[in-house]
Design a protein around this ligand. Structure first.
Ligand SMILES: [Ca+2]
Ligand SMILES: [Ca+2]
Ligand SMILES: [Ca+2]
Length: 697
């Protein structure tokens, strides 16, 4: 048995806290503590002598999966879920390795949220730490092991433990060290100090937690330092939910002048930022440090000591804790993503213009060849500059955003479209104004780009002082400037850049990477195709996708089909829940010969499908938004069916499909609002009335 080698380590690991585990936890000794294997899949097997559950290739085939589901859980306080696991394989690094996935299943959502995933085989157990935001909603934890290609693959779970508090906190009293790891260096490393006297590395008489010789702490010693500025790093588990507040810890320094003890954050792109550095050696006792910590997106904290030589002494660390309030009596962060964003459906939100007169006009137009509808719904409002009413030679229109606090990283996204045949470079620019408008910096400007398509711009920025984003439309002379349209401005905390390794936004498909979980009964020239850019036939189909203008969408190519031919795109299985679901998507039905687009609900075990929504014939030259509210308490699928119309001018497209819990009216209508992780620590929620609603059932 491949797993036997690690058992000793695991037994040691489970010595602490194995009795009286909180709900959502299990050490897999006599039973699985309310975690049940899901019947349709392989069972997880409880090892005869206890200690773990496993699934392996001795009784299952490649690609098969085993699913373990918890009972109902609730995290009314912020909690940390720790998972001790191991993936083993005998075949090196196979192309299709075994995987372990962990999902959260909220009772009102028809899809599961992937929280974490691992596929690296290892020789010993590993620990994953997952922050669970406080919520009154009930949920279940779903653990899925998918067997890979190797002929002796196995996946084992040794322990699941859900405790209140933040994953980043640690008193170093348990063997798992809360998922903190030392980055190995030949000469200087962080070690566990204290504890059992006989074999301990105790360099201090007492730890901080228990104030006695049995307590533990972390330390790094300079005695083996060989080079100038050798660095020891202790790395925290990565945050998995946005958090902001005060990080505190206790430290001791010996001969503090010869080493530098600092604290860094490191984001998923590997960017370091120093957030604290020891400024005086303090006394020989435990010193408290309090550091402002903002992690709006996944981050690690790194405790780093740089030694200049072997006489640098030691640094000891204990009792890292976090509190979601600021360290000093600062007021709460005044930033709210919703208040800094606008779709212009009702007004200018918190944006405003110069007093001299509007350079930007809020408009709603009937879409035609020369002017598309807005980006939000296809039939709503947006801003337009350089119209003959607003532009004068030498005119500059300025649209100011609300004030954004300094020292935070922001991702600004907006959609713009340009019209006309005139030269357009530099007629739209985005500036950052320091609050008193003294310092101005251009962060983006328009280059020549396709006309009549809503294009998305993304800008990441960070400034030390409070700033405003300013959209400037410039028109040197009336005859030089075409029209500029602006819509769906969003500001989020964190970088716009999102690594592909992060799980996709649950319940949403933009078709940018692939077709998500959508499938087709058959795939040929007359089925749905994934495409970017224009469709080959003129006077039909979109010019670009809805997500970014240059991305992918799904469409039927009418010239490969005959009149009345169908193409059907089927969603992955969706869970039945009580209460309403809201399905939103964008559709494009432009062309004189356009046929039919229908959305069907197919309940499991029913042969009939029920029609939820339908449009017949040409609708608009713009992407239009559809909202469908429906309920279904059984497992089901949603089917998009396009039928080719009477001529080749009947290309029909869809994009940005999104499933959400609850009725459509309460849902946020901003597109692409949740990227990476939910930014739902905004201060106020603002309910926006929906412009159009379609109700069926
Ligand atoms: Ca301790
Ligand atoms: Ca709009
Ligand atoms: Ca898209």
């Amino acid at each position: 048995m491949l797993l036997r080698v690690v058992l000793l380590a695991v037994q040691a690991l489970q010595l602490a806290g194995a009795l009286d585990l909180p709900s959502g936890s299990c050490a897999f000794e006599e039973n699985t503590c309310g975690f049940d294997s899901v019947f349709e899949f392989l069972p997880w097997i409880l090892n005869e002598e206890g200690h773990y559950v496993y699934v392996d290739t001795s009784f299952a085939k490649q690609g098969e999966k085993a699913v373990l589901l918890s009972s109902d859980l609730q995290a009314e306080e912020w909690s940390c879920l720790r998972l001790v696991y191991q993936i083993t394989t005998s075949s090196g690094s196979p192309a299709d390795p075994s995987r372990l996935n962990l999902y959260m299943r909220f009772e009102d959502e028809s899809f599961d949220r992937l929280l974490w995933s691992a596929k690296e085989p290892s020789d010993s157990w590993l620990i994953a730490s997952l922050d669970l935001q406080n919520s009154s909603k009930k949920f279940k934890i779903l653990i899925e092991g998918v067997l890979g290609q190797g002929n002796t693959d196995s996946i084992a779970l040794f322990e699941i433990k859900m405790t209140t508090g933040y994953c980043i906190e640690c008193d170093f009293e348990e063997n798992h060290l809360c998922g903190y790891v030392n980055r190995w260096n030949p000469n200087v490393n962080w070690f566990v100090g204290g504890g059992n006297i006989r074999n301990s590395h105790a360099i201090l008489p007492q730890d901080h937690t228990f104030r006695n010789e049995l307590g533990h702490y972390m330390y790094v010693d300079s005695v083996y330092v060989k080079h100038f500025q050798e660095v020891a790093q202790l790395i925290s588990p990565r945050t998995r939910a946005p958090m902001s507040g005060c990080l505190s810890f206790y430290y001791q320094l010996q001969q503090g002048n010869d080493n530098i003890f600092s604290l860094y954050t490191r984001d998923v792109a590997g960017l370091y930022e120093e957030i604290w550095r020891v400024d005086n050696p303090g006394n020989a006792a435990w010193n408290l440090a309090e550091v402002e910590f903002n992690a709006p997106y996944p981050m690690e904290v790194i405790f780093e000591v740089a030694f200049n030589g072997p006489k640098g002494g030691y640094v000891a660390l204990d009792d890292i804790s976090f509190s979601p309030v600021h360290c000093q009596n600062q007021t709460d962060l005044p930033f709210s993503a919703k208040e800094a964003s606008c779709n212009f459906e009702e007004d200018l939100c918190n944006f405003y213009q110069d007093k001299e007169g509007p350079g930007w006009t809020r408009v709603k137009v009937k879409p035609n060849m020369y002017r598309a509808g807005d980006h939000t719904t296809g039939s709503g409002y947006y801003l337009l500059a350089n119209t003959k009413f607003t532009s004068q030679p030498g005119y500059i229109g300025r649209l100011y955003g609300p004030s954004l606090p300094g020292n935070l990283q922001y991702c600004l996204r907006f959609h713009y479209a340009i019209y006309g045949f005139l030269k357009m470079s530099d007629t739209l620019a985005v500036y950052i104004f320091e609050e008193n408008h003294v310092v101005q910096e251009k962060i983006w400007s328009l280059l020549e780009s396709p006309r009549g398509v809503w294009l998305q711009a993304e800008i990441t920025f960070k400034k030390p002082m409070p700033t405003k984003v300013v959209f400037m439309s410039l028109c040197k002379s009336f005859w030089d400037c075409g029209l500029i349209a602006l819509d769906d401005i969003t500001v989020q905390l964190g970088s716009c850049w999102s690594p592909e390794s992060l799980p996709p936004t649950p319940g949403e498909c933009t078709f940018e990477q692939d077709e998500c979980a959508f499938t087709q009964e058959k795939r040929n020239r007359s089925s749905w195709h994934r495409r970017r850019g224009e469709t080959p036939t003129s006077y039909t189909g979109p010019k670009g996708d809805h997500t970014t203008g240059v991305g992918y969408y799904m469409y039927i190519e009418a010239s490969h089909m005959v009149y009345g031919q169908k193409a059907r795109l089927r969603s992955g299985p969706l869970r039945g829940v009580s209460g309403k679901h809201c399905l939103t998507f964008f559709y494009h039905m432009y062309g004189a010969g356009t046929g039919l687009l229908s959305v069907y609900l197919k309940k499991e075990e029913d042969s009939e499908e029920s029609l939820l929504w339908r449009r017949r014939g040409e609708q608009s030259i713009s992407w239009l938004r559809a909202l469908i509210e429906y309920s279904c308490e059984r497992q089901h699928q949603i089917i998009f069916e396009a039928i080719r119309g009477i001529s080749v001018r009947s290309d029909t497209a869809i994009d940005d499909v999104k499933f959400q819990a609850g009725p459509c009216a309460g849902n946020n209508i901003f597109p692409n609002y949740t990227n990476m992780i939910d930014m739902n620590f905004t201060i106020q929620s603002q309910t926006r009335r929906m412009q159009i609603k379609y109700f069926f059932l």
